[in-house]
Design a protein around this ligand. Structure first.
Ligand SMILES: NC(=O)c1ccc[n+]([C@@H]2O[C@H](COP(=O)([O-])OP(=O)(O)OC[C@H]3O[C@@H](n4cnc5c(N)ncnc54)[C@H](OP(=O)(O)O)[C@@H]3O)[C@@H](O)[C@H]2O)c1
Length: 239
């Protein structure tokens, strides 16, 4: 997918990785970026004042909000499903409300936005959907059971979208980062990549035509383990 000249829309773009993806898309020549957020007032003014940026409200859990965004952005060629939440807790003792919230945002939200934008992307083809997943969609770590399950479901949705959209001029790309140094992992002791680096590698992977992107050193290493033997990754992360 050619990033130069593309018209992108990024969900959850007011902070964290989403904000870095916006900066990287603009640096790589996107001609317009829809910067979307639950609360558009939280988009930095230096970003919203960029003439190539259009700020839109978008809550991925709210169908009317998603429909309004699809109507307001009829020229999108590159959809980046980045919005996400992480509920901490184990598979046996984690709060079930967090399981539900993570599913509604990370799986159903991604699906809801993708469905709303497929007609837009098809009308403007060629185009692409980039889903920001995570390495731990492929094998879980302890203490994040709700998040891992929701991202595993989003990984499956990504594969279904790829199969259904094949031949319709819409690439479907999954990005599988390891830990990233954003608010999401604040207070968690872990190896964390810089969000700027992850954004750079995701956008480079899109431009290079990759359908699976390992955008940091940790995920690239663990990704090789997974591709050789998925049960080896499961043992590695569970340990
Ligand atoms: N951080 C990591 O270690 C890591 C690793 C792998 C993958 N990822 C994935 O990377 C993506 C970005 O995460 P991040 O690290 O940048 O986290 P973050 O700093 O917590 O940012 C999350 C973003 O998602 C938005 N969001 C949450 N719920 C939303 C909703 N219902 N509708 C629209 N936007 C919503 C947030 O908006 P508000 O400001 O309104 O809350 C925020 O902009 C997520 O999909 C995450 O799962 C993160």
């Amino acid at each position: 997918m050619k990033v130069d000249g593309s018209i992108a829309l990024v969900t959850g773009a007011n902070r964290g990785l989403g904000a870095c993806l916006v900066a990287e898309l603009l640096a790589r020549g996107a001609s317009k970026v829809y910067v979307t957020a639950r609360d558009p007032h939280r988009v930095a003014s230096v970003v919203s004042q960029d003439p190539k940026v259009v700020v839109l409200p978008l809550d991925v859990t709210d169908q009317s909000s998603v429909d309004a965004a699809a109507k307001a952005a009829p020229d999108v060629t590159l959809l980046v499903n980045n919005a996400g939440v992480l509920g901490f807790g184990g598979v046996l003792d984690g709060d079930l409300d967090l399981f539900q919230r993570d599913m509604l945002t990370n799986q159903i939200g991604l699906l809801r936005v993708s469905r709303a934008f497929v007609p837009v992307l098809a009308a403007n083809a060629p185009g692409a959907i980039v889903n920001v997943l995570t390495l731990i969609a492929l094998a879980p770590v302890g203490g994040m059971a709700a998040y891992c399950a929701s991202k595993a479901a989003a990984h499956s949705i990504t594969q279904s979208l790829r199969a259904e959209l094949r031949g319709r001029g819409i690439e479907v790309i999954g990005a599988y980062p390891g830990g990233i140094d954003t608010d999401m992992l604040a207070g968690v002791e872990a190896e964390k990549a810089r969000p700027e680096t992850v954004a750079e590698r995701i956008v480079a992977g899109v431009a290079a035509g990759q359908s699976v992107i390992w955008p940091d050193d940790a995920s690239a290493g663990a990704g090789s383990v997974y591709l050789a033997d998925p049960t080896a990754l499961e043992r590695m992360l569970a340990g």
